[in-house]
Design a protein around this ligand. Sequence first.
Ligand code: ASP
Ligand code: MG
Length: 416
Amino acid sequence: MNVFKFGGASVKDADAVRNLAKILNAYNTNLVVVISAMGKTTDLLETLVKAYFDEKDQKWDILGLFKSYHTEICHQLFGEGVTPKPVLNHFEELEEKLDKAPSLDYNFEYDQIICFGELVSTQIVSEYLNVAGKPSQWVDVRTCIRTDDLHRDANIDWELTGELCKQVFTFNENNLYITQGFIGSTPANLTTTLGREGSDFTAAIIGNVLDAESVSFWKDVPGVLSADPKKMENTTKIDALSYREAVEMTHSGAKIIHPKTMKPLHNKGIPLYVKSFLSPDDPGTVIQAIDHKIELPPIFIIRENLALITLSPKDFSFISIEDIDRVVNFLIENRVKVTLMQQSAIDLNLVLDAGEADWNWLLEELEPFYSIRYNTGLTLITIRHYTEEVLDWMVKEKDIYLEQHSRLTARMLVKS
Ligand code: ASP
Ligand code: MG
């Protein structure tokens, strides 16, 4: 069997759904298809969660936008005035949820609402495939992706997930399953999510536990490129990458693949294809075990909206392993992810995602121990396989706040 994953852009409107059906029509093998919420729906639902949690009436307007966006797509796919019943059921379920008072747990409430993006998108696609003559079975992935209750960043129970996936995806009665990325559930059947852009990870999990022959991500780019074409000109497509290379790229912030994707695939030696849903016959990029050296061009990864915090012990003592331990544990407890860390004699430099942290509070907590300096609005440029020439060109006229070089990777933090 094989696993396909389609992201938000590949189902953003009725034409995109038709295109997806066309791609699936070309395959007759056993397939599990993992799909994200349509277009920018998850961003919209994040505003809904906020309005709901803050008990603002605006939640009903946002619900209205959510419904009208999907209803319009349904009308274009199924005929004027027609919205499939399962889609209406999800609308109703969400409305009922919004009508109740929220609990005090924001992360929990987030997961209970955000999941509707994926539930509705997969229902629409599955219903459309059925009328388009490509029968499929819709699966609520929460019946088989089992997690702990760390809402918004849940951890997979691999053993249980494996057992459940094997029970659900049997391929006995049909060869095509449509299911959601990004969401899962606790043993108590409460919805959880795997982190933003987590659908890639879902596809990798299902691929891993079902021993897929391959996993394919269908994207709006021709494959993995040497840089994000939205941020740089003259990118080249890379035909093949090792898991190792892909892990380094995604960890540095290459948006094309979620960083958690690589491990489950690497562990089972499952190749990952990154292909274009706009030109599905082109080969795209393959990520797999590669034991020989391959020539790669310099690869640029640009990560924006970062902050640099510099902590220096107040009594002028050296930064010790205990300092690092204290700070890192504090950040882990508060679920702030560190992108990069560097230490000198009396400075501990931390590069963090500026959007994620509650700044005032963070600084307040660390203030008793350290003098703190910080800068926001920074960009981290990572260059894999750099050459001196490329480095010189890249740093021209830039204010560099922090630099790190290893044999294959150069990193610099610059003012955006
Ligand atoms: N819809 C979710 C998000 O936008 C998951 C995904 O797209 O992978 O974050
Ligand atoms: Mg998405």
